[in-house]
Design a protein around this ligand. Structure first.
Ligand code: FAD
Length: 384
């Protein structure tokens, strides 16, 4: 790679900014450019789904603006600039503000909220909250609302449901799965979380998908697959995220579920790396903060001359549902073993053990949620 050309990071989310910070701890001089489609304010994305509990507006969640960040990082930050193409052969990217040559390129451009195709004229009326700008619009929209309908009962749907209940709203959740957090939790833990949220006042319509959404003078009407209608002042879609792979794919960079990288965060194109929500690291798509932090630390070393693999230990995911706290370390997808449930009511310890008794995964809920640290020491590392 050409040392005189800048290191270019696309994205100023937690991945982009954490990498830039780690890089600057090791090298204060190499020209550094960050490009972002948004305004470049730094913020902690997990805070978007407990904004009511914490009483924070979008502006209050912003930790620093792009100018402040640029100064602190000795970097150039191009805001409101969208990357439109990559030419790995030429070492050049195309943006809506012109082209830029890079020495090394890091893709940290996150994931897109999935849009489910629904009938009706109300699709645009559904909020999707995946960045600080979205959150600002959502907070404006929800001011004065009373009833909120959420599509999706995964991590983000459940966290928003709990937060909005805390904020004094009436909350209904629609999801096709028979239980909440189906991709993350074993059944007993799902039931504990659902019971906790229901007791707090959330109404679930599980095993029903939305088939249509229409605008009304007051808000939206969501029609379920059995014809029932849910009226609300506001709708939120939280049906999942999809790593942004399109531009990488178009550039001939290998993609699977995410942009494929090896343990050194290297894509199939020389000099191009990826981390965070857009990346698939050795087969793992882990759209959480802990993995991106570990990746940023390793990649900063590699970019400054010491080629370093990323290691993921066990990394419990904590779901921010205070109505029933829950933390989970899912077992590996291909693991052989069984779930065992201990505890009662909403305080459960659900353990996934192999035939010879090794702990391969767990979920802890309610009063047991605090055991996540000690249990996660027992489960195997995700990426040794
Ligand atoms: P993003 O933050 O999405 O950043 C992407 C950046 O790329 C943005 O700056 C964007 O403008 C830019 N970009 C995209 N496309 C382009 C383009 N073409 N050109 C230029 N710029 C572009 N994780 C946890 O571990 N714990 C939690 O409690 C938790 N809670 C969450 C709650 C919510 C509501 C959400 C949505 C996520 C939560 N997560 C949580 C996940 C965690 O926040 C993410 O894994 C993390 O923030 C991803 O950061 P990122 O930098 O990879 O992506």
């Amino acid at each position: 790679h050409n040392q005189t050309l800048p290191i270019v990071i696309i994205g100023t989310g937690l991945s982009g900014y954490t990498l830039a910070r780690e890089l600057r701890k090791l090298d204060t001089e190499t020209p550094l450019v960050l490009i972002t489609a948004d305004d470049g304010r730094s913020y902690s994305k997990p805070m978007l789904s407990n904004g009511f509990a914490k009483g924070k507006t979008a502006d209050e969640l912003a930790q620093a603006d792009a100018d402040t960040q640029a100064q602190a990082l000795n970097a150039r930050i191009m805001t409101h600039t969208r990357v439109e193409g990559i030419d790995p052969e030429a070492g050049r990217i195309t943006t809506d503000a012109g082209t830029l040559d890079y020495g090394r390129l890091i893709l940290a451009w996150g994931a897109n909220p999935i849009r489910i195709p629904l009938e009706g004229d109300g699709m645009d009326a559904l909020y999707q909250v995946n960045d600080l700008t979205d959150y600002g619009h959502f907070r404006e929209g929800v001011a004065g609302a009373r009833r909120v309908v959420i599509l999706g009962a995964g991590l983000i749907g459940c966290e928003f449901a709990n937060d909005l209940i805390n904020g004094g709203f009436e909350v209904e959740v629609v999801a096709p799965d028979p239980r909440v957090l189906p991709a993350l939790l074993p059944e007993a833990a799902s039931e504990a979380v659902r019971a906790g949220l229901e007791e707090a006042g959330v109404r679930f319509h599980l095993q029903h998908s939305a088939s249509a959404v229409h605008r009304t003078s007051e808000g939206v009407i969501v029609t379920l697959d059995d014809g029932r209608m849910i009226e609300a002042d506001l709708g939120v879609a939280a049906v999942g995220l999809q790593p942004r792979t399109e531009l990488a794919d178009a550039a001939g960079i290998e993609c699977g579920r995410g942009i494929r990288v090896n343990q050194y965060l290297e894509t199939s194109a020389p000099g191009v790396y990826a981390l965070g929500d857009c990346a698939e690291v050795c087969g793992h798509v882990l759209p959480y903060v802990m993995p991106l932090m570990a990746a940023a630390r390793a990649l900063a070393k590699s970019l400054t001359g010491e080629r370093t693999p990323v290691h993921y230990g066990s990394m419990p995911v904590t779901v921010k549902t205070p109505a029933c706290p829950v933390a989970v370390c899912p077992p590996p997808a291909d693991a052989d073993g069984e779930w065992h449930v201990e505890g009662e009511g909403r305080s459960l310890r659900v353990l996934f053990r192999s035939e010879n008794g090794d702990l391969l995964g767990f979920a802890v809920t309610g009063d047991c949620a605090g055991e996540k640290q000690s249990l996660s020491k027992e489960v195997p590392a995700i990426l040794p």
